[in-house]
Write a protein that binds this ligand. Structure first.
Ligand SMILES: NC(=O)c1ccc[n+]([C@@H]2O[C@H](COP(=O)([O-])OP(=O)(O)OC[C@H]3O[C@@H](n4cnc5c(N)ncnc54)[C@H](OP(=O)(O)O)[C@@H]3O)[C@@H](O)[C@H]2O)c1
Length: 246
């Protein structure tokens, strides 16, 4: 794909994470970034030397090959209207949740771990999806999926970050109740989670098979696991993921 010029319209949590991730991937000189306020752009320029910034969406989009819309969903239509005249030969990509528009070529659902090259991104099937997946692949893993799976992807990976944070927070609170300071409890919870992920990645095991490895019959791990079952943990997670589906 031609990375010559990428305009990112809206540099908040998501747009900013993409800009920082692409900057780390060596694309700073290719990025033209906009926001509503100069303050946001000043902060971003400090974090990402080499990017171009402007408060003028038309100016950023005019020189771009790819225009990434990263404003709040309710602003997408308004922003497209504003820059429509310069969009004629551009590839228009949107990361806005749940917004459809005739001028958008490719729908993408990344998450904010893009800043650290760790996004789980979904790209909706479209003629240019592979090229777009290549670009978003610079900031993490990318999957091209049919439209019917985009919302599921959003719930698992876009919103999923928040759900994982809740689990981490719950572990922290348990740790604090048992005597660790909050920071220690956070480090312990994060490292345990990282270890669990590494185990699955390295072995390819199903989570239940990994659970068997740490569960002694009559031991203490099974007591905790059964408490989770009594509290309907599985069901709560499944309902959480499905809550945002239309
Ligand atoms: N946050 C996530 O985890 C996540 C994940 C996946 C997808 N998304 C999608 O990403 C989009 C942005 O969400 P967000 O959480 O990043 O919101 P946000 O933090 O509020 O960021 C929105 C950005 O848009 C800028 N902006 C507002 N009006 C603008 C305009 N007319 N022209 C150009 N820029 C303008 C804002 O500028 P100022 O900073 O100067 O106000 C801000 O930087 C949403 O559509 C959301 O569905 C978000």
């Amino acid at each position: 794909m031609n990375y010559n010029r990428i305009a990112i319209i809206g540099a908040g949590n998501m747009g900013g994470a993409l800009v920082k991730g692409w900057t780390k991937a060596g694309l700073a000189a290719n990025l033209a970034v906009t926001a509503h306020t100069k303050r946001t752009l000043d902060r971003l320029t400090e974090a990402c030397p080499g990017i171009s910034v402007t408060l003028d969406n038309n100016e950023a989009a005019r020189g771009a090959d790819v225009v990434v819309l990263a404003v709040k969903p309710w602003l997408v239509g308004q922003v497209i209207e504003e820059i429509k005249p310069v969009l004629t030969d551009k590839l228009v990509v949107s990361v806005a949740a749940g917004v459809r528009h005739e001028r958008i070529d490719v729908y993408v659902m990344p998450n904010i771990a893009a800043e650290y090259g760790q996004s789980m991104t979904f790209v909706e099937e479209a003629p240019q999806a592979t090229a777009v997946a290549e670009l978003f692949g610079r900031v993490g893993q990318c999957r091209v999926v049919p439209q019917r799976l985009m919302d599921a992807g959003m719930m698992m990976a876009g919103c999923g970050i928040a759900y994982v944070m809740r689990f981490l927070r719950a572990m922290m609170e348990g740790g604090v109740e048992m005597g660790f300071y909050p920071d220690e409890a956070k480090q312990i919870a994060m490292q345990t989670m990282q270890g669990a992920v590494a185990l699955l990645r390295e072995t390819g095991l199903h989570p239940e098979a990994a659970i068997d490895k740490v569960t002694t019959p009559g031991g203490i791990t099974i007591k905790g696991l059964n408490e989770l079952d009594h509290a309907a943990f599985n069901s709560a997670v499944i309902r959480c993921l499905k809550a945002g589906l239309k």
